[in-house]
Design a protein around this ligand. Structure first.
Ligand SMILES: Cc1ncc(COP(=O)(O)O)c(C=O)c1O
Length: 390
């Protein structure tokens, strides 16, 4: 399927007009994997529990886990070579770019989403209006709310596209809500933003890796790496169009933002990388060592295959609970207090968000995990309702 949408794009914030072809062919669903099957990939995981908690943190594939530990062992042995770990950052950047369908030269690597969101917030003039979704993740909201003179307008996610008006400068929204897995109406939002000359900052922390996302059709995109991209905490990616990136200052640049990193460790003049690396933050080395193999595994399986796998398991879970099928890899269900703890005692790991049980289904998850979760849940609910469960 190839759908081309060409619209006149107006970007008054930067006093700039351009023609841009929004090509949904760039959505990462179109980017095939490299032939690694789900079954093969699943041999890469070693958790002894039914892990339904990727929306909190991702399980590392064994090769990724081992690479991180190896880097740390090298450090303890005094044998770590920092320059060699630059390769892990470069490999991660390349694999993320491939996964999202954007050029690696437009991908910056840093530690956390809020840092990159802060760069966008800092670029906004006084009086700028930022539209957000009610209850979105605070790393996407606080940097704007903390910026003096910026007006943050919050609306229900379902109404975000229609809330884009001529006075909106930026729409900042998560592609998938952390609290309950709802998916943002991205096509409508992109059309509305283009129609009114607003920019979009899309947070794909809860989406990239399982949901095809329109990376090439938004202005900026941020993705923390420790959930669906299965990295350790401490890795994050940021990308955008050339023109939108050009509107940001490299406010927290250090030596790793230099054109030649190891020639940028002392003294002026400022010599930033010409590409998106100018927004890089010096890497937590072990984290990047542990992320590269995980990203390469995901890219090898491909987002389309992971999507089908994850959503099929989510639907199996929903069917087991008598719920209608959804489209998300995150399922949120109302349960009595204490349910997550009871499940944990039964070896089923999920979390509680917004007062509901949040279960997430990813590459490592099997049908057995789903069935184990359903059995544990029904046993717990039967006990709670005075039934004869365990
Ligand atoms: C949508 C979203 N963005 C960002 C983050 C993490 O933010 P940070 O990298 O600033 O810790 C999360 C974590 O749950 C999230 O769900």
């Amino acid at each position: 399927m190839q759908v081309e949408h060409a619209r006149k794009v107006s970007t008054p914030l930067m006093g700039h007009q351009e023609d841009r072809t929004l090509s949904y062919a760039c959505w990462s669903s179109m980017i095939g994997g490299m032939g690694i099957s789900i079954r093969e990939a699943q041999r890469q995981f070693g958790a002894g529990v039914a892990f339904l908690n990727t929306a909190t943190y991702g399980l590392p594939p064994l090769a990724a886990h081992e690479a991180m530990l190896a880097a740390e062992r090298d450090r303890a042995a005094g044998l770590m070579v920092p320059t060699e770990l630059d390769e892990a950052v470069a490999r991660s950047r390349a694999a993320f770019a491939r996964l999202l369908g954007v050029p690696a030269a437009r991908v910056a690597c840093g530690p956390q989403a809020s840092y990159f969101v802060g760069l966008v917030a800092a670029s906004l003039p006084r009086g700028a209006v930022v539209l957000v979704a009610d209850g979105d993740f605070t790393s996407l909201l606080f940097p704007f709310a903390a910026r003096r003179g910026v007006v943050v307008r919050s609306v229900p996610l379902e109404r975000i596209a229609e809330a884009v008006r001529a006075d909106v400068d930026v729409v900042a929204v998560s592609a998938v809500q952390s609290s309950d897995g709802r998916i943002a109406p991205l096509e409508e939002l992109i059309a509305a933003a283009r129609g009114h000359g607003a920019r979009i900052l899309l947070d794909v922390t809860q989406a990239a890796g399982w949901l095809p996302v329109p990376a090439a059709a938004v202005d900026w995109l941020v993705c923390s790496g420790y959930k669906w991209l299965m990295g350790p905490r401490g890795t994050c990616f940021f990308t955008g169009t050339e023109e939108a990136l050009a509107g940001l200052s490299a406010l927290a640049a250090g030596w790793y933002a230099g054109e030649d990193v190891w020639d940028s460790i002392y003294g002026l003049p400022l010599r930033l990388a010409a590409d998106a690396r100018r927004f890089d933050i010096s890497p937590a080395w072990q984290c990047w060592a542990g992320h590269a193999p995980a990203l390469e595994l995901l890219a090898g399986v491909g987002v389309a295959a992971v999507h089908d796998h994850d959503v099929a398991l989510a639907r199996r879970f929903q069917a087991g609970l008598g719920l209608p099928p959804g489209d998300s890899a995150i399922v949120s269900v109302p349960v009595p207090d204490g349910t997550a703890d009871a499940l944990r005692r039964d070896g089923v790991i999920a979390s509680v968000r917004a007062g509901r049980l949040r279960c997430s289904f990813h590459l490592s998850t099997t049908e057995d995990d789903v069935d184990r979760a359903l059995a544990a849940l029904s046993a717990h609910l039967a006990v709670g309702s005075g039934g004869s469960g365990r």
